[in-house]
Design a protein around this ligand. Structure first.
Ligand SMILES: [Zn+2]
Ligand SMILES: [Zn+2]
Length: 154
């Protein structure tokens, strides 16, 4: 769905549609990565140099309430992304570099089924975010270990 199509739903929801709000939505919808409030702010400032970061933050929260924007919050860091209903996904967050990776929901199906079979508990894995260490940080850690490892000490 194009951002302009959300204007109608915003209005019907009683939200005031300002050009600044639309600029926030434009900024986030044009970038497939997961952006921090600061990154969204930097992008919107290219169009509205004097926009306050609180305005950007409030706009993101309003879009989140509408389900247009998703928030990924891990250990105090918030990232936002544009929600494309056609490509819903979970996330993996690296605890070292804090990068966010998409994870196809079908990969969590087995987990959900096994939890239900074992505990009779119906897990809501749609909200699940997995934390860990990404491949880049792991290979970096391995490289550092090699340097200080059992190499020749001469
Ligand atoms: Zn990492
Ligand atoms: Zn994502």
């Amino acid at each position: 769905m194009e951002p302009v199509e959300f204007v109608a739903s915003l209005r019907s929801n009683g939200s005031r549609v300002t050009p600044q709000k639309l600029a926030v939505l434009e900024a986030i919808s044009r970038h497939p990565e997961h952006l921090s409030v600061h990154e969204v702010h930097e992008r919107v400032k290219r169009i509205y140099p004097y926009i306050a970061i609180t305005t950007v933050y409030r706009a993101l929260q309003a879009f989140k309430d509408l389900g247009v924007v998703a928030e990924i919050a891990i250990s105090g860091r918030q990232r936002f992304e544009f929600v494309d209903p056609a490509s819903r996904h979970n996330h993996m967050v690296c605890g070292i570099c804090c990068r966010v990776f998409d994870l196809e929901p079908h990969r969590l199906e087995d987990l959900r089924n096994s939890i239900e079979e074992t505990f009779g508990f119906k897990a809501d894995v749609a909200q699940l975010t997995i934390t860990g260490t990404c491949i880049r940080c792991r290979s970096e850690a391995a490289r550092l270990t090699d340097t200080h490892g059992d190499g020749n000490g001469n």
